[in-house]
Ligand binder design. Structure first.
Ligand code: GLP
Length: 240
């Protein structure tokens, strides 16, 4: 399903409702939530609605989508930090409900295995909410990724390291990422992709109307049986 919204606010309200409804139906849902600017307002709305409607998030399991290798959980701009500020803190999520990459680990491969195992033990992802990179990446599944991979460490694309500076106050050394693989995202029972603003219009067109190919990882989602692509008007301008 491709849904176009008049603006970012409406897109965010819709995304938030999806998360709230899922948690109301399944209080022990397994959620994988992306960092990045695009879902920020969705998360604010989730918190507001959870508080207004008294939705209990205490049983929800959170699985991290990705992290910049070498970035500490306490560093503003990092994915964990962002989700801590936006979701985990405001909803008082207990640490034992959060499975997030340790991007400072000496053995990143072992950390990937830990997250793979956590997803398996939790019975898979109920919902993955993802953004789209300027190069079509999902999480840190960069162009050319092996779509059969589970969690893995990746040398980041130049576009990703350049764009990624926007999250950090002063120049951050961004070279590698650690991410869930496309296999895990594709196995989620539901996927929601959010894209907002004119700078995403071209890549959204390629992802949605182009060939399904690992050179545009987001295009792989078009083969998912239950995917919602939520676009604001600006991100949808290049669609036919
Ligand atoms: C980042 C993250 C992704 C995110 C994407 C889009 O690099 N690795 O998880 O979804 O790029 O980010 P934004 O929403 O800020 O455009």
């Amino acid at each position: 399903m491709i849904a176009k919204f008049t603006n970012y606010q409406e897109l965010s309200a819709f995304g938030a409702d999806k998360i709230i409804q899922l948690v109301q139906q399944k209080p022990d849902a397994v959620l994988c939530l992306a960092g990045g600017d695009t879902p920020a307002l969705t998360y604010d709305r989730v918190v507001a609605k959870a508080q207004e409607a008294g939705v209990d998030f205490s049983g929800v399991i959170f699985i991290g989508l990705d992290e910049w290798v070498g970035i500490q959980p306490s560093t503003p701009g990092g994915c964990y930090y962002f989700l801590q500020q936006k979701i985990f803190g405001p909803l008082h999520i207990q640490k034992d409900k959060i499975y997030f990459f340790d991007a400072m680990a000496n053995d990143l491969k072992a950390d990937c295995n830990r997250i793979d195992l956590a997803i398996e033990q939790q019975g898979g992802l109920d919902l993955a909410l993802v953004g789209i990179g300027m190069n079509g990446h999902i999480g840190f599944n960069e162009p050319g990724v092996d779509a059969a991979l589970n969690a893995h460490v990746v040398e980041l694309d130049e576009v990703t390291t350049a764009v990624g500076q926007k999250y950090f106050a002063s120049g951050a050394a961004l070279a590698k990422g650690i991410t869930l693989g496309m296999a895990q995202i594709m196995s989620a029972r539901e996927v929601v992709l959010v894209a907002s603003g004119p700078k995403k219009a071209a890549i959204i067109r390629e992802a949605i109307q182009g060939r399904i190919t690992n050179t545009i990882p987001a295009s792989l989602l078009m083969a998912h049986p239950r995917v919602s692509i939520l676009l604001d008007a600006a991100a949808a301008t290049e669609l036919d």
